[in-house]
Design a protein around this ligand. Sequence first.
Ligand SMILES: Cc1cc2nc3c(=O)[nH]c(=O)nc-3n(C[C@H](O)[C@H](O)[C@H](O)COP(=O)(O)OP(=O)(O)OC[C@H]3O[C@@H](n4cnc5c(N)ncnc54)[C@H](O)[C@@H]3O)c2cc1C
Length: 431
Amino acid sequence: MKRRALLRLAGAAGVWAGQLGAGRAATGAKPRVVIVGAGWGGLAAASALTRDSETFDVRVFDREREFRSLPLANAWLVGRTPLRLPPLDLATLARRQGWRFDAAPVQAIDRARREVQAGGERIGYDALVLATGAVGDPAAWFGDDARAASEARTRFPAGFEVGELETCRQRLEAFAEVGGGTLLMTVPPAPYRCPPAPYERAALIGWWIKTRRLKAKLIVLDAGGGMPRFNRLFGERYQAQIEHRLHTPVRRVDPFRKTVTTDDGEERFDHALLLPTMHAGALVREAGLLGRDAQGAATRWAAVDAGTLRSPHDERVWIVGDAMDNVSPLFGAYPKTAHIAADLGAAAAAQIGAALHGARDAAPAALPRSLCHVWLDAEPAEQLILDASFRRRGDGLIVQSVRQTDNPQPRDEDLQWARELMAQRLGVSLG
Ligand SMILES: Cc1cc2nc3c(=O)[nH]c(=O)nc-3n(C[C@H](O)[C@H](O)[C@H](O)COP(=O)(O)OP(=O)(O)OC[C@H]3O[C@@H](n4cnc5c(N)ncnc54)[C@H](O)[C@@H]3O)c2cc1C
């Protein structure tokens, strides 16, 4: 984000805009922006807020020390590709871009005092960006049985959170080394992160079982109806390797006996990739920032105003990325993808820039785009390109269009996409 662009947005005002950093401006101090989450959304916001100016005092918190990419990880999990995006050391990136990084989980948000609590410290903010992503919520399967939840997470991680990726890969390898058996994978009710990711993963595991000649079967217990393109593919190419059961939500899991229960009965497994229903995480819930459904019940996601990217509960809080609740009655939530998180991180930075500079009638947040290159098959390589774009129609509602194109001869377009997104949004050039 160019300083000029921030200042252009700064020409106009929200009700409170201009007061946001006003107290600190009087003392000559920069307005403080705290960002929770150094994933695609949080890093894009930090990079945009610090790119061309020293206007803000930006502090980023993440419980991980490194940024690792979930995009491109499925092919690496089964050894189809090497790790194609190297991990980024967050402290080094922070020094280069001019923001401060703390490797610590944020434990609580005190909205009344405008402070977050992390590592025994209370840190004040003028604007808070929540880019905490999406996490599995074991409560639906385990209630308050923390031992069972921890056992499932440790032994059968789904690899849908970066901290689980390495273990997920090692456990798959161990499953192969003992000769296979029944491998179970759960697909939770939507929304979850990256809608095609479980199906891409299943197709690649089908290939992995076949080429490694494992005596194994992948059973996919899918709470929803799948994706037509993959539903066909599993039946046509991987009938011996994949059994895909649609509309089969998992009701209970016993990680000690290695069983799951569905409405059809109990299923035993030798290894599993257990992905529970996803949500925005405890921090968002405990801060009272969840959305409401039509019946007034709390949703699993952070409420957000799609025009400003602010929380409707608190004008000092911006929400970006996977944590976001619905943005349009026409399609619900944005797809939970890295591309959208990164675009919205930059858009939130522009909104904050406008607010902190006392903008009047700030323009609505720029709409994101999502381009996904998804493996359909591994050998010969075949991919599917999912291109989701958004526009505001006359009444202001956001409309989504999705184009799906086959790419029968991929030539690293996925890698190129990821590198371009990192350069454009995260300010990271991989050379
Ligand atoms: C297997 C797989 C493949 C995917 N492939 C693609 C793809 O090809 N293209 C695509 O666009 N998207 C893809 N995605 C989706 C993409 O990874 C997510 O949409 C993206 O990571 C969302 O970005 P985010 O910033 O919202 O969340 P994240 O990138 O998850 O970042 C959130 C960060 O917040 C941190 N955090 C959370 N709570 C706290 C706290 N209390 N204190 C401190 N830190 C905290 C977490 O540690 C994390 O680093 C894929 C996802 C998966 C699982």
